[in-house]
Every structure is written in C-alpha cells, then in structure tokens.
Write a protein that binds this ligand. Structure first.
Ligand code: MG
Length: 492
C-alpha cells in the first residue's frame, strides 16, 4: 500500500497544480490569459490520466484488490483508485475530448444566450452535450436507467430508484408546508426592507472576516478572496481557500455565501492529516460536502442564536441596519420567497428547484423529453411546484451553468446535502445538550469537534452511504429535513 501511495504522489501533485490554477483563474488571472490557461489545464489533465492508467500503477491497484485483511484505510484507497481507473478505462479518449471541447463552446454560447434570454441560440449545444453524455452513460454502463450511470459519477452508488423515493416523499410535503405558510400569512413571507438598500462593500468584507474569526478559522491554513460565483478550492489539507461575493445589495447573500463556503472548507481542514497527499484526502462525496456547507449556512447561520450573536457586528458595519432588532434580522435572513432563480432560493423552496431539474434530467436520459420540449416543460412544472411561471428563458431553463458544462446528475447532490445537514443537527442535538447556548455564546468548538469525529476526519475512506450508516446510522431520509423546516417555520 505504501508503494501505491508513493506512486500516487505525482498525480496528487498534478491535482495540486490544477487546483491552484483553477483558483487563480477565478480570482486574479488577467482576463486575456484564458486561452493559454485552457491549454495548460487540459494538458495537465491528460498527464494525470496517463499516470493513472500507467500499466505499473494499474497493476499495483489490481494486486491490492486481491489482498486479504486490508484495514479500512487501505480498502478506501483501493476503492477510490479502482473507481477512477475503471471509469477512465470505459470512456474512450474521443468522447472525453469531444466533451471538453463542447464544454468550452457550449458554456460560451450559454453565457450569451442567457444574456439575450434566447434558448434557440443555445439549443444546438445542449443537444450535442446530451448526445455525448448519452454515449458516455452507455459506455459506463448501468443496471436500470441510463441516468444511473451519470448519477453514480457524482455520488457513489446513487440511483434513480433512490431519488424517486426521496423526491416522491419530499416534494409534496414541502408544497404542503408552503401552502400552510401562505394560508396563515406567515411573517417569513414578508420581504424585509433590509434587502433593498445598497451596502458598503468594504465594510461587509470586514464583517465577513469578523464572522470567520468568530467561527475560529485558522488564517494560516485558510484564506478568503472574491469571485462572481463563490467556491471552495482545496490545494492541500493545510491550504484551503474560499471566495465570497459582493453585489452591493441584499447583504445577507454575501454573509450566507461566506458561511456556506467556509463550511465546505472546514470539511477538508478537519480531515485527518494522515490522509494528506493520498487519494483519500478531502470529503467523501459532493452530497456530504454540501451537507457541511448547508449545515453552517442554514442550520447554524440562519438560526436565531447565531443571528443574535452577529447582530452587533451587522449593526456596526451595515449603516442602514443599525436600528434593526434581532427579530427583524432573523426574519430578513429567513425570508421565504417562491421565485424563479435557484441560487437565490430560501431553504424551504430550494429543494423544489432541484426536484424540477431532477425530473427533467431523468426524462432527458430516459428519452422521454426532447431538447425542444424542455423550456415549456420547465415553465409548466415550475408553475405547478412553486406557483410562479418564468416570463423568459433566462429566468427558466437558461439560469444555471451546469448543463453547458456537462454536469448532468449533479443537481440531486444539493438536495441530498440538505437532507443530511438536517440529519446531522438532529443527531448532534442529542449529544450536545447546550447546542443553542453554545452558538449564542460564540463557542463553536463542540460543534466543530462533533463534525470532525463523525464525518470530517474520515476523508474519503468510506463511500458516502457507508459513512452515514457507520457514524449516523441513517441514509438519505427526508424526515429529518421536513421536521427541521416545520419546527423552524410553522411552530411559532
Ligand atoms: Mg456548495
């Protein structure tokens, strides 16, 4: 196993460089550097693939597969590498190249099409990408549904059957909750005037850094910069970077983005150092990663004790909020608004956006929906699910970048992340009796330590479902999330 880890180090180093380049591309690279950066990036990816599929390396992994008496860590290394090798071997080079080419062209056209709200402009690229993805799904193989092959590439062992159960249960329950909120004239539905004033970007930047200090981030292993779409990039377990966004209006969006990305970062920062530079470094899956970001952003960050904790900082840095009461700030952070755009959605309506994308992707890969039919189907279903109908395609089918980048099967991991975040708080409250008191006092040590012990330290030793089963004794069960939402929004 030492041999494998040693032979893996050049691949890890390439990933390290690719991550740093990716971070730089989104933050500080001069805009004309795009072309050459694209070449360097794809060349490093090819080099990585050559190293991974090198006969000697594949041979090492193959013989390790036959060994008996491996411990969990060793099994994890074999599992992760075998998954990667198998996938790379199944997809022919021509398809990989076709996809990366289409990703660049499609994404560029999508940007223009979204600006003009012109679906027809983007349509040929979407058709091409779907065609490539269908071929890839066939090459990867599946038992029941072609979409299963794509789901599994983002979330190990995830299937249509499983997601049908999740959304079949979750969607009507969320719709019922929204109806109740509307029927009772809930205060959460009233838009706060705090959303409509312009803020001083420099001062909200200070506020975000103050919040990171409260959350006890070690700035010797972590940093925060600015980008249009916030993200987290892990260079190594001792160099994890996030970005946040400043639109100049509706300051909660900036604060929420900061806390969300910081939640992603904590997962990798608290991974056991013994996994550093191995294939097991970093989180187990996209859904588990999202469970961490959503736990901090929503469950902690939008809770009353947390809002009370940061309220004095807000009043200090956001001048027009200097007289807002704790309760007004709490309602502002938790305003519910059924609207078109997923990324701006509140925690009650958010998963209905994902239900819509899941349904459409499943139909696309089940050959039940043609590309021409997507915009209309999108608008009809959005009206049924959320009660609003997009007036133009930029508010509907063109709003997200995922499809233009070939990310089919990715969206459902967002909902699974939300479900797991609620599962986590339910289990955590049983162990940490003073959970809310500690948040109000700004003592996050017990929460961080709980997350480290139950999830973070394991990195990718276990597949996501195996880890949930092992340490939380549960799966992707929507009950916890529905209970969390009902308690927070309907009980008062
Ligand atoms: Mg995220």
């Amino acid at each position: 196993m030492n041999q494998i880890v040693k032979a893996y180090k050049p691949m890890w180093s390439l990933n390290h460089a690719i991550s740093l380049m990716g971070w730089d591309f989104e933050t500080y690279m001069p805009s004309k550097g795009t072309e050459e950066r694209g070449v360097a990036d794809s060349q490093l990816h090819l080099l990585h693939k050559d190293l991974l599929l090198n006969k000697d390396f594949v041979g090492l992994v193959e013989s390790a597969k036959k060994l008996e008496g491996l411990n969990d860590l060793e099994k994890g290394i074999v599992r992760v590498l075998n998954r990667e090798i198998t996938k790379q071997l199944k997809i022919p080079k021509e398809l990989t190249e076709a996809e990366s080419l289409e990703r660049i062209r499609g994404n560029m056209t999508w940007r223009m099409a979204r600006e003009k709200s012109d679906f027809m402009m983007y349509k040929p690229h979407l058709e091409k990408m779907i065609d490539i993805k269908k071929q890839i799904a066939e090459k990867i193989g599946y038992e029941k549904h072609p979409y299963d092959a794509l789901l599994d590439s983002f979330e190990e062992e995830l299937t249509v059957d499983e997601l049908d159960n999740v959304f079949g249960d979750l969607t009507p329950r969320l719709q019922k909750i929204i109806k109740k909120l509307v029927d009772t004239g809930s205060p959460f539905l009233k838009e706060s005037k705090l959303a409509k004033s312009n803020y001083d970007i420099q001062r909200v930047d200070e506020l975000n850094h103050d919040i990171l200090t409260i959350l006890q981030y070690d700035m010797k292993r972590f940093r925060m910069d600015v980008s249009t779409h916030p993200f987290t990039e892990t260079m190594s377990l001792n160099d994890v970077r996030i970005t946040t966004r400043y639109e100049g209006i509706d300051f909660k969006k900036s604060i929420s983005s900061t806390i969300h990305e910081a939640g992603h970062a904590l997962y990798d920062l608290q991974c056991d150092q013994s996994l550093s530079m191995t294939p097991l470094q970093g989180g187990s899956s996209l859904a588990l990663h999202e469970s961490q970001s959503r736990f901090w952003e929503n469950i902690v960050g939008r809770s009353l004790p947390f809002v009370q904790l940061i309220a004095p900082l807000i009043r200090k840095q956001v001048t027009f909020a200097n007289r807002a009461t704790d309760d007004e700030l709490f309602l502002y952070f938790n305003n519910i608004n059924a609207d078109y755009i997923r990324v701006d959605a509140d925690e009650v309506t958010y998963n209905l956006h994902i239900a819509l994308r899941y349904e459409i992707e499943k139909k696309i890969f089940g050959d039940e929906l043609s590309v021409s039919e997507i915009p209309e189907f999108w608008n009809d279903r959005m009206e049924q699910l959320l009660g609003v109908r997009p007036n133009k395609d930029s508010q509907g089918v063109l709003q997200d970048t995922h499809w233009s980048s070939g990310l089919f099967g990715y969206f459902p991991t967002y909902t699974l992340g939300n479900l797991v975040s609620a599962l986590i708080v339910s289990k955590m409250r049983k162990d940490l009796k003073d959970y809310e008191v500690e948040i109000r006092r700004g003592n996050f040590k017990p929460i961080r330590e709980w997350l480290r012990l139950k999830i973070h330290r394991y990195g990718s030793i276990y597949a996501p479902k195996a880890l949930l089963n092992k340490t939380l004794n549960e799966g992707y069960n929507p009950d916890y999330f529905v209970t969390y939402i009902e308690t927070k929004y309907l009980a008062s």
